[in-house]
Design a protein around this ligand. Structure first.
Ligand code: ADE
Length: 254
């Protein structure tokens, strides 16, 4: 997969992608990530990437011309319409986008190439949204000072889904959100720490019992912290009955 990031802070990404799984995936040739300086596509002598908003108001708006030039030179296509069905996505990070989640990550992980545009200042000229991008994505209902941290989050979530990136093909399907639930609790040695014992079932080696315990803990943790997720998950009759019996008020967290 090829990932291009268009930003006025290309150095921001050096540290971000030089560690962990993203670095490993790049070293293994599974992904190639490049951050490009938007100013490289300006043609005026002040290399201006932003200007005052028509209609008045605070702040500056990112100009359309350098962004169009950047995306066109990277993709060879003039606008989103030409990219339909090509496996190339052009993603604008902005608080106005659809909210990023694991499903969107899986969808984007299937692309051959993604060009990210990091918004800045008060916004981005709307013609970029209308003509150039295939997806406008927000990482949550809060405002960052720019799209750079959001691009780092989205790239991380996507790269770890590329087959081989985690070292084992199955690990990404076994984790939080892959079944629409939060993850179950994890423990490691020592079996007792400051008087707190690891749940006995995990020490016993009965795999069916461990799987049932984990599923139940995932269900109760999801009900406690993210009840909105629970409404979208298909539960068995037995799981429904177990949840009805387990009072959230009595939840011990164990
Ligand atoms: N830029 C500013 N805020 C953002 C957000 N919440 N998500 C994506 N990009 C952003």
């Amino acid at each position: 997969m090829l990932i291009d990031i268009i930003t006025i802070f290309p150095d921001y990404f050096r540290a971000v992608f030089d560690y962990g799984i993203v670095r490993r995936a790049a070293a293994a040739g599974l992904v190639q990530i490049e951050a490009h300086d938007l100013r490289g596509w300006t043609i005026d002598k002040h290399r201006m990437v932003d200007d005052r908003p028509f209609g008045g108001g605070d702040g500056m708006v990112l100009k359309p011309d350098p962004i169009f030039a950047a995306v066109e030179s990277l993709t060879g296509a003039r606008g989103a319409a030409e990219l339909a069905g090509t496996g190339v996505r052009v993603v604008l990070l902005s608080p106005q986008g659809r909210v990023f989640d694991q499903r969107v990550a899986e969808e984007l992980a299937g692309a051959e190439r993604i060009v990210f545009i990091c918004g800045r200042y008060e916004g981005v000229d709307e013609r970029v949204v209308e003509m150039l991008v295939t997806d406008e994505i927000s990482i949550g209902d809060y405002v960052l000072s720019g799209g750079e941290p959001a691009a780092a989050v989205v790239v991380d979530a996507i790269v770890r889904l590329i087959p081989g990136a985690l070292g084992s093909e199955t690990s990404a399907t076994n984790e939080s959100f892959s079944e629409g639930l939060l993850d179950f609790p994890h423990y490691t040695r020592p079996p007792e720490f400051r008087g707190l014992r690891v749940p006995e079932v995990l020490l016993g080696g009965n795999h069916a019992e461990i799987a049932r315990w984990r599923r139940q803990k995932a269900l109760s943790k999801t009900r406690r912290n993210r009840p909105d997720l629970l409404e979208r998950v298909a539960l068995t009759e037995a799981e429904r009955a177990w949840l009805a019996e387990e009072e959230p008020e009595n939840f011990s967290g164990e």
